[in-house]
Design a protein around this ligand. Structure first.
Ligand SMILES: Nc1nc2c(ncn2[C@@H]2O[C@H](COP(=O)(O)OP(=O)(O)OP(=O)(O)O)[C@@H](O)[C@H]2O)c(=O)[nH]1
Ligand SMILES: [Mg+2]
Length: 403
């Protein structure tokens, strides 16, 4: 799975990316700073099972701090867009093409309203971020339509002359966008207009289909950024009213970046997502830095957090429905074959079966799957058992695998 940071140019996507991954990437003084995508690793928090199971864990693929596992997830930051990008304006479809692999989007908007449609600075409060959400959705829809239209004649011919399955032809064209047959079917089933022969669809039907498909296949949360600016508050209310069914998360990527960097230098103690931090080396701070930290403290007091960690967790846990599973090789000691206790956390989509987990760990484990053991209860479980969040699972397979 991979989540993409999308939005208009100059709204703070790369700042958000740097704050959550601590990767070095260029943050811009001018629009279109990012051209090539930045890929990095952020983390989501999962309540570890170590305390419940009464063990001291020795994690391998994630860190455990005070009973919280920090599980790595992928993030990609791409070029920004301007209206009519799908027609080639600005950097055109580049940002969209770089997002093909993304399963979900964190849409960053400038909630302070100080970035105009083309990414230039404007009087704070004058640009409406509601319009930014709408135009991004429109651009994504038009991009997908463009991809389908390029092949529409072939799709129609396949259905009419070669009697091929229309859903299969649509899916084939869209797999590169991480869109599955399930997504295509969900989109068609959502609208009565679409329940006819695909080769009889009009332009309008195609548009209706793609809008549904976008919703079904690319879940999105809105990161309402720049809450450190006064004008943001009112806009956040409006975003929430306008997009009631969506998650709107107030953010300050800049504040999060400052906190993460200060924590890395050992100046403060801060854990991403927290509502407070502690200054460790006050004597080393100059007045400007102290004032900066005071402002961030006020911001955390007002909003509860910088929002960056919440946005990442919201897309992965709530929208992409990822749950965490703790695979072990010894169901009593909760270890792998090297003796590491609760070594890994594997993220799987809700609904995944235990055999699906086996395949995800290693194809040999999946192929030779015999049964599994729920390490909490010691019970044997069959291949169709649907995993629950924070399950601890031993897989027994005829084909062994050592990592
Ligand atoms: N006040 C404030 N400014 C921010 C925040 N996040 C980013 N910025 C500023 O917004 C400007 C653009 O930031 P970037 O992170 O480069 O934005 P981007 O969306 O990646 O821009 P492009 O790559 O050019 O499309 C910079 O001046 C940042 O310092 C924030 O939370 N608050
Ligand atoms: Mg950028």
């Amino acid at each position: 799975m991979i989540a993409g940071l999308v939005g208009k140019t100059h709204v703070g996507k790369t700042t958000f990316f740097c704050a959550s991954t601590l990767a070095p990437a260029k943050i811009g003084a001018v629009p279109f700073t990012t051209i090539e995508p930045n890929q990095g690793i952020a983390n989501i928090r999962v309540k570890c099972v170590c305390k419940e199971m009464g063990v001291e864990d020795t994690p391998r693929n994630s860190a455990c701090i005070d009973g919280i596992r920090w599980v790595p997830v992928r993030l990609v930051d791409v070029a920004g867009l301007v209206p009519d990008a799908h027609k080639g304006r600005g950097l055109g479809n580049k940002f969209l093409d770089d997002l093909r692999q993304a399963d979900g989007f964190i849409q960053v908007v400038d909630a302070s309203g100080s970035t105009d449609a083309n990414g230039n600075a404007c009087q704070p409060g004058t640009r409406d971020p509601v319009e930014d959400v709408r135009f991004l959705e429109y651009e994504i829809t038009m991009w997908m339509i463009g991809i389908l239209k390029k092949d529409w004649d072939r799709i129609v011919k396949g259905i009419r002359q070669l009697k091929e399955d229309g859903v299969a032809l649509l899916t084939e064209r869209l797999t590169g966008l991480m869109i599955s047959r399930r997504h295509v079917l969900d989109a068609i089933n959502a609208k009565d207009e679409l329940k006819k022969r695909i080769d009889d669809w009009t332009e309008e039907d195609l548009k209706i289909f793609v809008e549904e498909l976008r919703r079904a296949s690319k879940p999105m949360v809105i990161a309402a950024n720049k809450i450190d600016m006064r004008q943001a508050e009112e806009n956040i209310e409006r975003l929430r009213l306008e997009f009631r069914e969506r998650t709107v998360i107030p953010c300050s990527a800049e504040a999060e970046l400052a906190l993460r960097l200060a924590a890395k230098k050992g100046i403060i103690s801060y854990s991403p997502g927290d509502s407070e931090f502690r200054v460790l080396r006050d004597a080393e701070l100059n007045e400007k830095q102290k004032e900066g930290l005071r402002k961030i403290r006020d911001l955390l007091g007002k909003w509860g957090s910088t929002g960056v960690q919440d946005a990442i967790e919201s897309i992965y846990k709530k929208e992409l429905k990822m749950i965490s599973v703790f695979p072990v090789e010894d169901a009593n000691k909760l270890t792998d074959h090297k003796g590491n206790i609760l070594p890994d956390v594997v993220l799987v989509q809700d609904g995944t079966t235990v055999r699906g987990l086996a395949y995800k760990i290693h194809s040999d484990l999946g192929e030779g799957f015999m049964y599994a053991i729920d390490a909490r209860t010691g019970q044997k479980i069959g291949e169709n058992y649907r995993l629950k969040d924070r399950d601890i699972i031993k897989i027994v397979s005829a084909k062994g695998m050592r990592s």
